[in-house]
Every structure is written in C-alpha cells, then in structure tokens.
Design a protein. Structure first.
Length: 256
C-alpha cells in the first residue's frame, strides 16, 4: 500500500478498528508488544525501502485501545524516524472514536506531524460505517485526506469499501480501497486489500507529486502459541510511471 497511507491501514490490519462483534476478550492478556521488519524493492533501481517498527498496545476493553509505535525507516538513501500514537474509545455500544497522531523529528521524507480523526458507527447488525479526516504536514506541503467507508460482516468474513478524497499540491483527487478479511481459529486473520486512484506519491527525498496508484496487498495474523503470533504481509504497488514497489513485512507479536 502506498506508504503515505501506512498509518491508516495499520489500525485496520491489527484489528483496532473492529467492532465488538469481531474482537477477542483480552482481559487476561491486555498488553501486546510487536517487533516488525519491512523490506521493499523498487523497479527503477533506487535503493530498497526498509523499516523496523516497535509497537506497544494496551487493551482497555471492547473497542477501547491505546497504541504506541516507534518507526525507523530508510528510503532514498536517507534515514528517518517517527513516533505514532493511537487511541480508540467507545462513545456508546454502537459509536466509537479513534484518534491517531504522528511526529517525525528529522522529517527527511516522513511527515513532520500528522493527525487522523475517525468515527465508526454500527448502524445495523454486522454493518459498520466509518468517517474521518487526516492531515499530514511535510517539509514543503500539506496532504489532507478524508475517509468514507462501509464494512459488512458475514460469518467469518468481512468486506469493506472506502473512498478517500485527497487535497494536495493545490489539487483535489481521490482513491478507492476494497478490503476483504477472513477470520479463523482463535483471532487468526487473512486479508486482501486493493486500492486504486490518485495519491500523493514521494518520488525522492525532495519531491512529492500526485500519481495514479494501483496496489494489492495480502496480510495476515497467525497465533502459533497462546501468547505468540506472527503478523505478515506481501504486496505490490505501482506508483504511476515512476516505479513499482514490491515488498514483504514480518512481525512477531507477544501478548501478556
């Protein structure tokens, strides 16, 4: 998936945005720590993208989560770091609020700061609607993105379709995302995410432009022991005519 949107999808992949009907009771193991590694190659012979992330998650109750992450990234031959914080709060049994914030002190290619606000509402049994807005401030520009999404749960499956209007570089555009997840066993998951549309794309450390993007990502989580799980993903993203990124992510997760 396009790396400018990575903080949005992390919450979905790790389950922080799931309604209560799809969450596991973690009262006995409220803490989760994860160490992950991401490696992506570029078709234009540019240096590979690499990222190491450390995440700490605290489960406070159904649809009530606080999450902190530290990212160390390498792109375009430069290194950058980022601190991320997320808080999901149930307003009532159907309405929830999520707040994500990010900060990069070095801001070599990551946004100096970002803020993401989302609402989720279970308007019918097994139907959830999402709405949100995100602002990311880079060295030379701001990227604003909205979110409108509908998610449907059918047995062990969930399907979601979302529309993301984008404002950047004095222009307005949008992209669409389709997600499908299969839940099995004790909190295991397998997902497929497809996105297409125009997005703010970073070409090098100094240039961000709008480009037609196509992305396909397979992701999953598998618990191989009561307290240990592996998170994984593999995907390909075509960033206009500039380059295609192909990569994998692997994370080890421990709950206690």
């Amino acid at each position: 998936m396009p790396f400018l949107l990575i903080s949005i999808f992390i919450g979905v992949v790790l389950g922080s945005n799931l309604p209560a009907i799809a969450q596991t009771d973690r009262t006995k193991q409220p803490f989760t720590v994860e160490l992950s590694f991401d490696h992506q190659t570029l078709s234009n012979e540019s240096p590979s993208f690499q990222e190491t992330a450390l995440r700490l998650n605290r489960w406070l109750g159904p649809r009530h989560v606080v999450d902190f992450s530290f990212l160390n990234s390498k792109r375009f031959g430069l290194r950058d770091s980022q601190l991320l914080a997320s808080y999901v709060h149930p307003v009532d049994d159907k309405l929830g609020l999520a707040i994500d914030a990010g900060f990069s002190p070095s801001q070599n290619f990551l946004p100096h700061h970002s803020l993401d606000l989302r609402l989720q509402y279970e308007f019918a049994p097994a139907w959830v609607a999402y709405a949100g807005i995100k602002n990311s401030q880079y060295k030379t520009l701001s990227v604003r993105q909205g979110l409108l999404m509908v998610e449907r749960y059918i047995g062990p499956f969930s399907f979601a379709l979302s529309w993301h209007p984008v404002q950047a570089l004095g222009k307005s555009t949008s992209n669409q995302v389709l997600k499908a997840y299969y839940y099995y066993g004790q909190d295991n998951m397998l997902g497929l995410i497809y996105s297409r549309g125009q997005e703010a794309t970073q070409i090098n450390d100094a240039l961000i432009t709008l480009a037609d993007v196509r992305s396909l990502t397979l992701s999953g989580r598998y618990w191989f022991a009561p307290e240990w799980a592996v998170n994984y993903s593999a995907g390909s993203t075509r960033q206009g005519n500039f380059y295609t990124r192909k990569g994998v992510r692997l994370g080890i997760q421990h709950s206690f």
